[in-house]
Design a protein around this ligand. Structure first.
Ligand code: GLU
Length: 428
């Protein structure tokens, strides 16, 4: 699928402009909110294992911190661009707002492919990233977290560098840390579980039982895997997942009509979510082209990989059986495709609501760090469920009352909150 002409930041701005029109925001508010407040572009010199020096380009963006410190993940990706990070930082602002936690929106990235980097080289990138941005992050200003191809170990290296430079222990500077090192129970599961909690609420409204449904998921990373886990627990069946094959430089979909087995697939998956295609076939999975995850005859689609996956080119390939799309990824649906989905009468749970479970749990992690007292997993997951359920209910009620889509409702609620915070501070 060619994605060269797609610009995620333009897509994010288009969505924002639509919300701004509906909210009748004044010009200053529009000018302020459609761009990030602060951007940092920097380079990270790294001594590679073979002794050579390599320079990596990196970013951190604070889209908005009116409601609290900037918050959002750091992605490691070879195709990372400044506009991707801008879009993702803006979506974080709406995400923390729609679930009503006292945080703003930010995002970071490093242009690199961890598939080709040793652990030591990755550690140098993490430490170098902190050294370049250390003055502009912290528990009261900007709190990074994991995202695509970054994990708790990366977060701990970053925190260690931050604490070494600042001479103290400041665990609330970074979330998504390992358990026992300031991490929260349930953080790894939180995004995927949160997506399924919103699916559960939507199915309740549609009067459909999860046990009577089948699902196709794009991706098999952190979000997808825990989405499968919780959906299976609820009695539902996932029949297709997909993953990126780094050797072939293309993605494949893996289908088993009686339902995929999470455990057996996880065993043959690398740390980046790449499923071994030969072993999968031996286990009886059909190997399909990666793009076919969207064409499956299922009730629910969950894009849980990257942005711009549901486009005008493939939106009409969605099977007519599909009733619900839950966006586990950030920005998986291009604005033009959104119009097609609306016409098809599909219920779409928008990304910054459906995948907010991760940042909600990050917020809980910070709260526990501040108290220096840690909750049990059951306690964390119960709080996550409450937050996600009430956010879904507010968005769904608003949508019904105002006859708008869930995406429009989520935008109207969250942009309004952020605009009010900026206004009360006297910024706009
Ligand atoms: N990277 C995740 C997201 O896109 C989590 C962010 C966080 O926990 O701060 O929502």
């Amino acid at each position: 699928m060619s994605k060269t002409s797609y610009n995620p930041f333009q897509a994010a701005q288009k969505q924002f402009d639509h919300a701004a029109d509906l909210l009748e925001l004044n010009q200053a508010a529009r000018d302020f909110l459609r761009n990030p407040m602060r951007e940092f572009h920097f380079t990270i010199p790294v001594r590679m294992d073979d002794g050579t020096k390599k320079i990596f380009n990196a970013f951190r963006i604070h889209h908005n911190d009116a409601r609290g410190p900037a918050k959002g993940g750091i992605r490691f990706h070879p195709m990372e661009t400044i506009d991707t990070v801008r879009a993702l930082s803006m979506w974080m602002t709406w995400k923390t707002s729609v679930v009503d936690i006292p945080l703003g929106g930010g995002k970071g990235g490093v242009v690199c492919d961890p598939h080709n980097l040793s652990q030591f080289e990755q550690e140098q990138i993490c430490r170098g990233w902190i050294r370049q941005i250390v003055k502009n992050i912290g528990p009261n200003s900007d709190i990074p977290a994991p995202d695509v191809m970054t994990n708790p170990q990366h977060m701990l290296w970053m925190l260690d560098e931050f604490e070494t430079i600042n001479g103290g222990r400041f665990p609330g500077t970074i979330t998504g840390k390992p358990l026992g090192m300031g991490g929260s129970q349930g953080r790894t599961e939180a995004t995927g579980y949160g997506t399924i909690i919103t699916v559960r609420e939507a199915l309740r409204e549609l009067n459909i039982k999860p046990e009577n449904t089948v699902v196709s998921i794009q991706g098999f990373g952190n979000v997808a895997r825990y989405a499968v886990e919780l959906y299976n627990k609820m009695g539902g069946k996932v029949i297709c997942v997909s993953s990126w094959d780094n050797n072939d430089q293309k993605s494949y979909a893996f289908r088993k009509k009686e339902g995929i087995n999470l455990e057996e697939l996880t065993e043959i998956t690398d740390s980046f979510g790449g499923i071994d295609k030969n072993k999968a076939q031996d286990l009886g999975y059909e190997l399909l082209d990666g793009d076919t995850w969207i064409e499956q005859e299922v009730d629910i689609l969950i894009p849980a990989a990257l942005e711009n996956q549901i486009t005008e080119k493939n939106a009409d390939k969605i099977h007519q059986r599909v009733k619900l799309i839950a966006e586990g990824a950030n920005g998986p649906t291009a604005p033009d495709a959104d119009e097609i989905l609306n016409k098809q009468n599909l219920l779409v749970i928008p990304d910054f609501l459906a995948n907010a479970g991760g940042v909600v749990c990050s917020y809980f992690e910070q709260v526990q760090n501040n108290m220096n007292y840690y909750w049990s997993k059951d306690e964390v997951l119960a709080k996550l469920d409450m937050k996600m359920t009430s956010a879904y209910a507010s968005v769904s009620d608003f949508a019904k009352q105002n006859n708008v889509t869930l995406r429009e409702a989520a935008y109207l609620i969250s942009v309004d909150r952020v605009a009010n915070a900026c206004q009360s501070r006297g910024w706009i």
